[in-house]
Design a protein around this ligand. Structure first.
Ligand code: SAM
Length: 221
């Protein structure tokens, strides 16, 4: 929601907050499963982690709970940044111009963030993450994928039955408010690896899920 004016961003935050706290989809369990799929065991928790687009800090909390030694969390919405749990260094800032020095992070993780970025600004975000990572550092990315399952779920979210559940109403509202960047992201998603490669990243691992793709890259230069 970086470029979205106040009212829409506030509505989005309300739905995001309820969805992340939904007891039927425990976010810590989901985060741990995603981190395992991204290869947390390969990259290790001992280095300096950068959680870009940290939102309310739920992934930061998972990383700290798993024993990450140093986590820096960057979030553009100060209303969310102030909820990031203690134990992390919190930076209110924009991934397009990271207010951080270069060459120190061991791992950068972007969880459900890049589909909030305009397609023509993705290369700039990747260049910024590459700048802050040390050579050989890892980039972990989990983003929506243009799958058949996602298409079916999106149609189901529009059905009257979906209105019966607060969770579905929130999901639908988020999809609507994210559409400006989500729809172009999904159309462009197959080209993401090429973009990352142009920014100096080598793809080292891919895990496909019904509605997401998770990828690990290594910064080559
Ligand atoms: C769907 S949320 C995901 C948050 C968190 N990673 C999680 O998994 O719960 C996307 C987050 O990215 C943030 N974001 C979007 N564009 C950003 C940018 N250019 N710089 C920093 N954060 C950004 C949004 O404000 C939002 O909190």
């Amino acid at each position: 929601m970086a470029a979205v004016p106040g009212d829409r961003a506030s509505t989005w935050r309300t739905s995001y907050t309820r969805v992340r706290k939904n007891p039927f989809t425990p976010v810590d369990r989901t985060n741990r499963a995603r981190l395992r799929a991204l290869g947390v065991d390969v990259v290790g928790l001992g280095g300096s982690w950068l959680d870009v687009g940290a939102g309310d800090g739920n992934l930061t909390a998972t990383l700290l709970g798993m024993g990450a030694a140093r986590v820096t969390s960057v979030e553009v919405q100060h209303e969310l940044a102030e909820r990031v749990p203690g134990g992390a260094a919190v930076v209110v800032g924009d991934a397009r111009h990271l207010p951080l020095s270069g060459g120190w992070a061991s791992v950068a993780v972007l969880m459900d963030v890049l589909h909030h970025v305009a397609v023509d600004e993705l290369d700039g975000v990747l260049a910024e993450v590459a700048r802050v990572l040390r050579p050989g550092g890892h980039l972990l990315v989990c983003e929506p994928a243009p799958t058949v399952v996602r298409t079916v779920l999106t149609v189901l979210l529009e059905s009257p039955l979906a209105s019966l559940s607060q969770f579905s109403r929130d999901k639908r509202r988020m999809v609507e408010l994210e559409a400006d960047t989500l729809v172009p992201w999904l159309a462009d998603e197959p080209g993401f690896v090429r973009r990352a490669s142009a920014a100096g990243f080598e793809l080292t691992h891919t895990a496909r899920r019904p509605i997401h793709t998770l990828r690990r890259f290594r910064r080559t230069s």
